[in-house]
Design a protein around this ligand. Structure first.
Ligand SMILES: Nc1ncnc2c1ncn2[C@@H]1O[C@H](COP(=O)(O)OP(=O)(O)O)[C@@H](O)[C@H]1O
Ligand SMILES: [Mg+2]
Length: 268
């Protein structure tokens, strides 16, 4: 193994087949996935719908048992989920019967009361929900609920965050704001993040590296390092070139898409 310490996450020849998924015929979902993620890295996984992104994340998190290869976190094989790693789903996972502060404090029920109160205050403020501590989720917008979920995940002080299209159900402007907020939280907290999306631009705005998956049975097509400084300017030429490179790696024709600057001009 290279380096002195083991990587945060290491995938070795990881493969997954659902036995008998299609009328008794096995369904190979992904094959020979090899990936090394360093501590504190923000990695996005992009690929077409149905290529196996959610399955891959579930295997890495230990919710699903792989049918081939290995997942190692901190050098140890992952066989079951672990409370140090938290999963944030697309569908809002906040508990509707708990208030905002109770939701945020859910993962730290064992903490001494004063400490718990302080942590809740800190993360409620971090996601911009101060003043809404006593609100129920039904009184909040979709973006606010998703921020509650992020605050709850961070309050539990995980060392890895798995995010499965967490902003997919939000409207366009909320999604842009949530991405910017996630980047600024990550810059402060430096958690290791594995973020799945089918949205190439979302991946480019967020990630240190973008892992591009092929169609099913999926393999890693390419891994693109995004060196642009954050916050990233969507219409910078470098950004457009990289984005087009990702579309090409995914086998998509981007010729009809124009450039982000064209889109901006036409909306001015
Ligand atoms: N528990 C399961 N049993 C059988 N097939 C499944 C199961 N979960 C997902 N699949 C299939 O595996 C493929 C990949 O699904 P998924 O990981 O959800 O893709 P993605 O998240 O990239 O859209 C799909 O064809 C899906 O129908
Ligand atoms: Mg999915």
């Amino acid at each position: 193994m290279e380096g002195t310490s083991p990587p945060k996450i290491l995938l070795r020849d990881l493969s997954m087949t659902f036995p008998g998924a299609m009328n008794g015929v096995p369904l190979p979902v992904f094959e020979r996935v090899n990936l090394r993620v360093e501590e504190g890295e923000f990695v996005c996984i992009v690929g077409p719908s149905g290529c196996g992104k959610t399955t891959l994340l579930n295997v890495i998190a230990g919710f699903l048992k792989t049918t081939g290869g290995h997942v190692l976190i901190d050098g140890e094989e992952v066989l079951v989920p672990d409370h140090r790693r938290i999963f944030i789903f697309q569908e809002c996972g906040v508990f509707p019967w708990l208030r905002v502060d109770e939701n945020v404090g859910f993962g730290i029920l064992h903490s001494p009361k004063e400490n718990r109160r302080r942590i809740i205050r800190h993360y409620v403020e971090m996601v911009g929900l101060t003043g809404f501590e006593k609100a129920y989720p039904s009184e909040l917008s979709g973006g606010m609920k998703q921020r509650v979920e992020i605050a709850r995940a961070l309050a539990a002080n995980p060392d890895v965050l798995f995010m499965d299209e967490p902003f997919g159900a939000l409207d366009y402007f909320t999604r842009l704001r949530m991405r910017a907020e996630l980047v600024s939280i990550w810059e402060r907290e430096k958690k290791t993040i594995l973020f799945v999306t089918h949205d190439v631009e979302e991946a480019m705005q967020l990630a240190d590296r973008v892992v591009v998956m092929s169609r099913r049975p999926a393999t890693i097509r390419t891994i693109i390092e995004i060196t642009l400084p954050r916050p990233r300017v969507l219409d910078a030429q470098e950004y457009i070139d990289m984005r087009n490179g990702i579309f090409e790696a995914m086998g998509l024709d981007h010729s009809g898409l124009g450039s982000a600057s064209d889109a901006k001009k036409s909306s001015d």
